[in-house]
Design a protein around this ligand. Structure first.
Ligand code: ATP
Length: 133
């Protein structure tokens, strides 16, 4: 089976490097499924779990926005923040989720605070999903 080389990079450094059969990522325009040989593209990412599939396993990485750059034989994800499961502090994500839910209850739908709380909630729930919680 052919593979594509994947790098996930944040301002803090490289988070993941490997060869995979398929990459799934949430772009702002919708879900992207990338197989080896994909046409080149650059797309802004939403907050979500990136799935890196190999024959026997799927690795998850939580990604908080940034960009994905696709070339036929490699994929680079430049993320604002990204974590593999072992780097996720579950207690911190749980507390961030509760804070965001409290703020969402108090903020009005059109307020900037509402949008910020929605994004914070997405980051926290993505981290909990990737950590298997
Ligand atoms: P918090 O409110 O807990 O800070 P946040 O969503 O506001 O969460 P970010 O701004 O997305 O945090 O991330 C800031 C830095 O902290 C990044 O380097 C990110 O990888 C790291 N980080 C955030 N939450 C966690 C977590 N639950 N476990 C491990 N690292 C985390």
């Amino acid at each position: 089976m052919s593979t594509v080389s994947v790098n996930v990079v944040t301002p803090d450094g490289a988070i993941y490097e490997g060869d995979v059969e398929m990459v799934s990522a949430r772009a702002q325009s919708g879900e992207l499924g990338i197989l080896p040989g994909h046409i080149p593209l650059v797309a802004p990412l939403a907050v979500g779990a990136v799935r890196l599939k190999n024959d026997s396993s799927v690795n998850l990485v939580s990604v908080s926005g940034g960009f994905i750059e696709v070339r036929p034989d490699n994929v680079t994800i430049l993320a604002e923040a990204a974590e593999t499961p072992s780097h996720i502090d579950v207690d911190r994500a749980q507390k961030a989720k509760e804070r965001a839910e409290d703020r969402l209850e108090r903020a009005k739908q059109e307020e900037i605070d509402f949008k910020r709380a929605q994004l914070a909630l997405q980051r926290a729930t993505t981290r909990l999903e990737v950590a298997g919680k």
